[in-house]
Design a protein around this ligand. Structure first.
Ligand code: ZN
Length: 138
């Protein structure tokens, strides 16, 4: 299982199809993690209550880039309420406040970052995009 997750992270960090500009973004927010030098710009397009599209640009380590890309896959098409619930679950998984596999299923591919909770130096990298989108949805 671990290898599949690592591959997924590698895939998204190297050449993400979510790394682009949106034509008509409704929201744009910059996230910065000075500890590592990660910097991302998130763009979000809403359709009523639903996250219609999302994209990112910027630079940073493999974990921050992959986490942003996989987050976009996970949140796209969700309602604001669903997205908030997923974001909360992701943050709690990284902080090891949730370990129940059933509860983590709603994270879809983002569950690949579960082991980051064992790497304190990488926690902020993994959470950067999630905190940034949380700010947009507030
Ligand atoms: Zn980083």
């Amino acid at each position: 299982m671990e290898d599949i997750y690592n591959e997924l992270i590698m895939e998204h960090s190297m050449n993400s199809y979510n790394k682009k500009k949106l034509d008509h973004a409704d929201f744009c927010e910059i996230g910065h993690n000075p500890n590592c030098g990660d910097e991302i710009t998130l763009e979000l397009k809403m359709n009523g209550n639903i996250i219609e599209d999302m994209a990112f640009s910027g630079h940073g380590c493999a974990i921050s880039q992959a986490s942003t890309s996989i987050m976009i896959d996970t949140l796209k098409g969700k309602t604001i309420e669903q997205a908030k619930e997923i974001i909360k679950t992701f943050i709690e998984m990284i902080k090891r406040e949730i370990t129940d596999e059933e509860e983590l299923k709603k994270l879809e591919d983002a569950i690949a970052f579960k082991n980051v909770s064992n790497m304190p130096a990488r926690v902020k990298c993994a959470l950067l995009a999630w905190h940034t989108v949380e700010d947009i949805l507030k």
